[in-house]
Design a protein around this ligand. Sequence first.
Ligand code: E4P
Length: 215
Amino acid sequence: MDFFIDTADLDEIRKAKDYGILDGVTTNPSLIAKTGKPFKKVIAEIATLVPGDVSAEVLSLDLDGILREGRELAKIAGNIVIKVPLIAEGIKAVKIFSGEGIKTNVTLCFSSMQALLAAKAGATYISPFVGRLDDISHDGMELIQEIVTIYQNYDYSTKVLAASIRHPIHLKTAALMGADVATIPFKVFDMLVKHPLTDKGLEQFIEDSKKFHWD
Ligand code: E4P
């Protein structure tokens, strides 16, 4: 399973990268806004810092605008993935980008039929937002399962990128279901390594190690 970090904050990206297991980064306009910096500058900085795929989201909603912005963002670095919203114009753009060899991440996916359209258009990634579905009393993880099954049934190469992850159980369930990637907020990333029994066991081992010498 690939691990992406869901942030535009360079410090968070650096800390996650230090683990040595970070495969990429996803951003969105809300995350970019928090940095207070110009969009293209932030994306260029992230793409230099992380060798893996870096998703940058277009802002236009019409086909010409999506294509223009996507092509401009794709020129920033070889690892830029164009994030396109799951709307009709977005699907048309994904088909065109895929013909041009531009990688895409179709975002704001809330149904398996939307995901099927994205795969048929040749999307590189599909981003089902599990947390936001849970927020409205739907089952976000059920959507991941449906998409994984449908993609397997027809051998689509579009990768399932579990997004809007709120806690480690989302990640665990996505992994059990066979999602290809999870994009994880830094807070959750940092929680993954922790377990109280690890800390307790370590404390005991350190205490007992004082009773003998190394050589
Ligand atoms: C995905 O690429 C999005 O940036 C992200 O996962 C949205 O998560 P949120 O629902 O926590 O904003």
